[in-house]
Design a protein around this ligand. Sequence first.
Ligand code: N01
Length: 557
Amino acid sequence: MDATTLQPENGDSSFDALIVGGGLAGLYALHRLRGMGMRVRVYEAGSGVGGTWFWNRYPGARCDIESLEYSFSFSEALQQEWKWPERYGTQPEILRYINHVAQRFDLLRDVVLDTRVVSAQFDPERNRWTLTTDKGDVANAPFCIMATGNLSTPRVPDFKGLERFKGKWYHSGLWPHEGVDFSGLRVAVIGTGSSGVQLIPYVARQAKTLHVFQRTANFILPAKNMPLDPGTERAHKSEYPERRRAAYDTPFGIGGYPPPVKSALEATPEERQRTFEAKWEQGGSINFLYAYNDLLLSQESNETAAEFVRQKVRSIVRDQAVAELLAPKDHPIGTKRLCLDTNYYEVYNQRNVTLVDARRTPVEEILPGGLRTREAHYQFDAIVFATGFDAMTGALAEIDVRTGVRSPFPSTTLREEWSSGPRTYLGLMVAGFPNLFLVTGPGSPGVKSQMILSIEQHTDWIVDCLKYMQERGLNRIGASDQAQAAWVEHVNEIANATLYPLANSWYMGANIPGKPRVFMPYVGGVHRYKKRCDEVALNGYEGFVLESVRRKEAVAG
Ligand code: N01
């Protein structure tokens, strides 16, 4: 930063950096930027911090990554003092943790709650981003960090007649804070992704009847949640720094699992059965995918794991017609986000639970007293939409992001720039939108990794970059078009070498009608991605153009 950018220009509305989103990413970015002496403001739409963990309060909401991994590593004191009661954190525990972090590091005083950013505009002459909010606030800063989250725009499908429904309806990602009592009610749940799979067993315990509308059967593995053993916790915590470092050398940013060394096809059927069985008993999705080294690369190998899970479903669910419907057959295992469950398949042995094949008979209309498919009418008192999110790009698309920079970039709005799918350089910046950073954006491994580790890695990279600029009197950074094009090509090339594009997943935008079908995450692994980010920085921010706009001297990275 040059000296002028550290001075407020218009009273309190001028800052050194603005952050959109007060979830894990926004809070960490605030902490780090403050550590550089910057004046920062965070805008958060919710009435509290926590992002995903603030909104997703549905019964059974729980992280599918183990607590000792899914937490911040930036403070040794913090990671030593916080006690996780269970192997996987529940939503209330994780939200408590986030609030603890916010208080411990005195973050809340710079967070404006209940305020949604509606537009972000870059003025190249002033070298500043101006944000406007739904409350009429206007704030500006040379740098803006979009910490808007990847799964933060809940989506209710465009069902005809929903406005006439006389009962209550809910979306898993916008759950009422006071909770919902389904006792004695006739309930429908639409959607069987991670959210549906977690909430269905809870709803089934209360509801008089529960109809689950399943469009795609998912692969669901046991979580094997349990109280965290104090010995395990002590041992883990005694090696925390080494473990955190080791996690960066893994594809998913999660340590502790020995990397698989052979193909599923090199093992005998008996050996495979033993291996998958042991993984099933241990629980966890990464653990299962680590059974062999080619489960996400070879259809034939993948099929061995997929069939193992189908057999499990058939052995748990008594009605074999229902089991067949629940046994996924239309995508390779792991190419949609694997779900972790506690007693999910077992629920279909309950008398009050009915599975409806929403692929064969889609929901056609919501009626005042229930809904109708092509084949039947159903009466419901409540409908739960566990229908997911406009993932990865949805939150950014809701903000009118504009740049005054034209040449040589064709688009002046982010919506236009991403109209055929998101394009970024390293998932960190978009060509033509200088000084605008993304955290865990499309083109990064964010959603395919331990998210908090990625948040820390991206933010640390951004902070190092800003320090580099500060030391050299530079105040503008933008991704070059060529570097972005090459990165997008690399991201696609890597995805196309895997089985991921074979599934209609939210990674592909396939859950949103009309959204471009582009595989959005980088699936080359956290280890490769971090190495590339570090190299880019070491090479003077290769692929970025860094400038001092007052002097207009370009320093090509
Ligand atoms: O959403 P989803 P989610 N008619 O998109 C169905 C993270 N997460 O909220 O598969 C009928 O996965 C849709 O069907 P289909 C995690 O990364 C993590 O469950 O598109 N059905 C699907 O079954 C996860 O992946 C945790 O054919 C319709 C479901 O709705 C991500 O969030 C917990 C439909 C949506 O599933 C999203 O999970 C929760 C329609 N018109 C979430 N439209 C943990 O950490 C959609 N569907 C454990």
